[in-house]
Design a protein around this ligand. Structure first.
Ligand code: ZN
Length: 272
């Protein structure tokens, strides 16, 4: 694993959603970059005076600094209408940044967009197309359906979770930097009980699922939106093509936040 490129729809997705996962990677010494398709100008939350697109761009830079993310590529597609832009065009933007930073992995929200937001789904679809085209692995942040169901019952939201068999690899995370990054999005985080309830329900755990691997023939290749990915394609199932990965980054993840994985050829291959 050389570097990770997170592909998101809105400023704050990198913190509210991916913050603890990104922090987990940077703590392991893995560089993380972010591509954000919109300025988030359509948000109904506007807790700071001024132009929301400008405010949110500034907030994104501050949050990225806290999370140790670089580069940050903020594009200007229309917030709330990302799914009206051709996937190929959005994927082209992702590929441009892949060419610059040469990540081994892309990181996205789960196929359903976690909250069900069409922009999130569009960002994931674009990343999947880019991953296929450039032969990069695609990792998705997923939430347990137990957490999603709880949030939906309490708040009337439309979270899309996964059953236990589809959660992939479990990470033990710290929330410290994520919470600081969330606070940097002051226009969005002042009144956001759903966000804080989700984090409380997840505790120190997050989950990453492999949505696509080069040459892997995962069911996800059939297209974003398919929820039929078999459990045996989960990261921890042993089907990861070890010969393609040096080192295997996922070994022992559930048991230690700072486990044996560190980037570089000195780490033994999986199974060693
Ligand atoms: Zn979002």
């Amino acid at each position: 694993m050389s570097a990770v490129l997170a592909v998101i729809a809105h400023p704050d997705d990198e913190s509210f959603g991916l913050g603890a996962v990104i922090d987990w990677f940077t703590e392991q010494g893995v560089p993380v970059g972010v591509l954000c398709f919109t300025h988030g100008e359509a948000s109904t939350l506007h807790a700071a005076p001024g132009d929301l697109a400008t405010i949110r761009a500034t907030e994104l830079r501050a949050a990225a600094g806290i999370l140790g993310v670089s580069p940050v590529r903020l594009l200007d597609y229309a917030d709330g209408r990302l799914d009206q832009t051709a996937v190929a065009e959005l994927a082209g933007q992702v590929i441009r940044l892949i060419d610059e930073m040469n990540p081994s992995h892309l990181l996205v929200f789960d196929e359903g967009g976690i909250t069900g937001h069409p922009d999130h789904q569009a960002a994931t679809a674009a990343a999947l197309a880019a991953a296929r085209s450039t032969r990069r692995a695609l990792l998705a942040w997923v939430v347990p359906e137990t957490v999603a169901d709880r949030l939906n019952a309490e708040f009337g939201t439309a979270f899309l979770g996964r059953p236990a068999a589809q959660l992939g690899e479990r990470l033990v995370v710290s929330r410290v930097r994520q919470l600081r990054a969330i606070a940097a999005h002051a226009s969005q985080s002042h009144t956001n009980p759903v966000l804080h309830r989700r984090i409380a329900l997840l505790g120190d755990r997050e989950h990453l699922r492999l949505l696509y691997r080069p040459g892997g023939g995962c069911p996800a290749e059939a297209g974003v939106g398919s929820r039929t990915t078999r459990p045996d394609h989960a990261l921890g199932s042993g089907v990861w093509p070890r010969s393609r990965l040096t080192p295997h980054p996922w070994r022992d993840l559930p048991t230690a936040r700072r486990g044996p994985f560190a980037p570089g050829p000195a780490v033994p291959a999986a199974g060693a």
